[in-house]
Ligand binder design. Structure first.
Ligand code: ADE
Ligand code: ZN
Length: 473
């Protein structure tokens, strides 16, 4: 893993522009087609991937609507959503705001509730299991009529506890935002947030319309806004979030090469740009791939990457205090250890879903997947601020990442004194140590247990945690 990839992995992130139906991987498409007895025009997963060669948005949409035909039952929508959430959970994404296209399903006779129940069950489970929060955004298909959009909004009305906003997607050219002014007005009156794809292929005038007529809270894409200086000034002044999707822009030929992507320019112009994956199964990359490949192609520096991660929370439909908490968490990751150390730790570790104090996710804790002292579901957390590592039980029961003690420097505390109620580690040789006496994560008293991670001195923490000082370096 490169330093860039380690940094991107280490940063907490939100994803604000993701079409759930666009996260349908060929393998799952094949499986669902078989499960539901649906014919698809491909005879192998490879043939599906080979078909993903697009010249523009419409090329993609033609295939995208065929692909979603395999989604029939509530379980299918759950599986689709769960696969996406599992993937981004592993990428250290903390919050997602996801689109779904109900008209792509109700027009095939799938009840609105089947779609919504499957999706929301997965969203609820991700929050319960991992603390991964979400918002669901219902998109109107803009190639259909406004009347059809109004009917869809009517279907959504009994379920507004689970739907946070409305969006506008599908074929942009020839379907300007003005076509949907009434339905967006109605959605606003219901208290829903409003977003719209604009300036993906359409001209800057469409972005103006989305702002003035649809009164959107965010612009999805917005690339072509850069052609209009007045519009750029306004987007900057209003700190309007742009949900930019670099790999999507590349695969749909909005740009010829990733090196031509305007993301760096957007940041330099003071625009609140974010990085997102759009339809990752079709465009060859989830959110971290979008950060990493784009940063490499257009030479984003660490500050720009951090700003993009922060923007993802600033633009989220979350309460202000939650946004602040996420921003503080990014600061803690950034400030807690040196770059080298942070990258080294991130290489081996992934986010721990709940914190050392057991109250909220601690901002600077990372967990290793490897069982500690043989206890099931145990992990090691690293506290960047205090140079300690913390053993604990992974609430999700599956952990995320690999074991490791991180870079030596931030953990090179030589103290050996056992703290009250805890035990004591003694290093035997590089890379190993032994617990001489103390309590393991199951709170069982242990003696002379071999421990794969060099730590020295530990204490029992809250809720069965074992805190240990690292003895590396
Ligand atoms: N629906 C799914 N992906 C889309 C995109 N990139 N643009 C417009 N509509 C979409
Ligand atoms: Zn999109």
């Amino acid at each position: 893993m490169t330093d860039l990839a380690r940094l991107v992995q280490a940063l907490p992130k939100a994803e604000l522009h993701l079409h759930l139906e666009g996260s349908l991987e060929p393998e799952l498409m094949f499986e669902l087609a078989r499960r539901n007895g649906i014919a698809i025009p491909y005879d192998s997963v490879e043939a599906i991937r080979a078909a993903y060669d697009f010249s523009n948005l419409q090329d993609f949409l033609d295939i995208y609507y065929v692909g979603m035909n395999v989604l029939v039952t509530e379980a299918d929508f759950f599986d689709l959503t769960w696969a996406y959430l599992s993937r981004v959970h592993d990428e250290n994404v903390r919050h997602v705001e996801v689109f779904f296209d109900p008209q792509g399903h109700t027009d095939r006779g799938i009840p609105f509730e089947t779609v919504l129940n499957g999706i929301s069950r997965a969203l609820d489970k991700a929050e319960a299991d991992w603390g991964l929060t979400s918002r669901l955004i219902l998109c109107f298909l803009r190639h259909l009529s406004e009347e059809a959009a109004i009917e869809t909004l009517e279907m959504a009305k009994p379920h507004l506890d689970r739907i946070h906003g409305v969006g506008l997607d599908s074929s942009e050219l020839g379907n300007p935002p003005s076509k949907f002014q009434r339905v967006f007005e109605a959605a606003g009156a219901l208290g829903l947030k409003r977003v719209a794809h604009a300036g993906e292929e359409g001209p800057p005038a469409y972005v103006h319309e989305a702002l003035d007529l649809l009164k959107v809270d965010r612009i999805d894409h917005g690339n072509r806004a850069l052609e209009d200086g007045t519009l750029v000034a306004r987007l900057g002044r209003e700190q309007m979030t742009l949900t930019v999707c670099p790999l999507s822009n590349l695969r749909l030929c909005g740009i010829k090469r990733l090196e031509d992507h305007p993301l760096k320019r957007m940041l330099a112009l003071g625009l609140r740009a974010t990085v997102n994956s759009d339809d990752p199964a079709y465009f060859g990359g989830y959110v971290n791939d979008n950060y990493i490949r784009t940063a490499a192609a257009i030479d984003l520096n660490a500050d720009e990457i951090i700003e993009l991660a922060k923007n993802s929370f600033r633009g989220a439909f979350l309460p202000a205090e939650e946004i602040e908490r996420h921003l503080a968490e990014i600061d803690a990751v950034v400030e807690g250890v040196s770059w080298r150390a942070r990258w080294a730790v991130a290489r081996r570790c992934a986010r721990y879903p709940f914190g050392i104090r057991g109250i909220r996710p601690a901002p600077n804790l990372y967990t290793a997947r490897k069982p500690v002292l043989g206890a099931e579901h145990a992990g090691i957390d690293f506290d960047f601020d205090h140079g300690i590592c913390v053993a604990g039980i992974d609430r999700s029961g599956r952990g995320a990442g690999q074991s490791g003690a991180g870079d030596p420097r931030p953990y090179s505390h030589p103290g050996h004194a056992a703290r009250s109620g805890g035990g004591r580690f003694e290093r035997r040789r590089a890379g190993r140590c032994q617990l001489r006496a103390g309590y393991d994560v199951r709170r069982e008293h242990v003696r002379r247990k071999s421990h794969p991670i060099p730590v020295s001195g530990c204490q029992s923490g809250p809720r069965g945690f074992l805190q240990c000082r690292s003895d590396r370096g």
